[in-house]
Design a protein around this ligand. Structure first.
Ligand SMILES: [Zn+2]
Length: 244
């Protein structure tokens, strides 16, 4: 049986909760390690001040071809170094979570929540998934996986209420296994997109309005906002990223 990291941590730091100075000292050390990791990002790419445009690759291509590395090895921060959320007060979580988030940004491996999630749960999701593999991207944004692959929806660290994979599945569930006319399919896509935008951008969502999906904005030649990106089959492929 695998020993849980929580138990290893508790064994290594038996007085963590009871002994305030020990805990304070520990978190202080940890913050030092996080700051060091943030300031020393190793990159598999040659150091350059500018990149040639012909080196650019599409997001899909980069996802496939960019080097992969365990996040623990890359950052030098081990999951076991991060105290389990249950051992920390809200103040302590607030002390270490924002620096961890900034560190991940420095690695272009961002932890992003599309819906508002309490910081304690954000930290929990970060800690529980910290032993993941990161993709070392230089052209596109890399995203930290907040829901462990293969975990049933709602049973990850984020739980029933905040699970992001469940959220995206819900958003897309009406789109599968149905015989829709192209018009119906487009209407559904418009619905999904608007739902997503409202959650993502709040009252600002209209700024990102998907005009190309709205038949009201069509003219006699089709839709002037659709620059060839609206091909339904292609979009379906791209929309699959959350399943993988
Ligand atoms: Zn989840």
């Amino acid at each position: 049986m695998q020993v849980s990291p929580d138990i290893i941590f508790a064994k290594q730091n038996p007085n963590f909760r009871e002994n305030l100075p020990v805990m304070k000292k520990y978190l202080h050390q940890l913050l030092g390690d996080i700051a060091f990791a943030k300031a020393n990002v190793s990159s598999p790419y040659p150091e350059k001040t500018s990149y040639e445009i012909w080196e650019w690759v599409s997001e899909e291509e980069e996802e496939k071809t960019a080097p992969r590395i365990p996040l623990e090895a890359w950052t030098g921060i081990k999951k076991e170094q991060l105290p389990p959320a249950d051992m920390l007060t809200d103040e302590e979580i607030h002390l270490i979570f924002p620096p961890l988030k900034e560190m991940l940004e420095a690695y272009n491996w961002l932890i992003v929540f599309v819906i508002e999630v309490p910081e304690r749960l954000q930290y929990k999701a970060l800690r529980e998934n910290f032993d993941q593999e990161a993709v070392q991207k230089r052209w596109h944004m890399g995203l930290f996986e907040t829901c462990k692959k293969g975990t049933p929806h709602g049973q990850c660290a984020l739980g029933e209420e905040y699970c992001q994979c469940a959220y995206f599945a819900e958003l897309h569930k009406d789109m599968v296994d149905e015989d829709l006319t192209p018009e119906e399919e487009r209407a559904r896509e418009l619905d999904c997109e608007i739902t997503y935008l409202k959650i993502r951008h709040g009252s600002d969502w209209m700024r990102y309005y998907p005009y190309h999906l709205d038949p009201d904005y069509d003219d006699k030649d089709g839709n002037p906002h659709d620059y060839g990106f609206g091909d339904l089959d292609e979009e379906e492929d791209e929309d699959d990223w959350w399943k993988k």
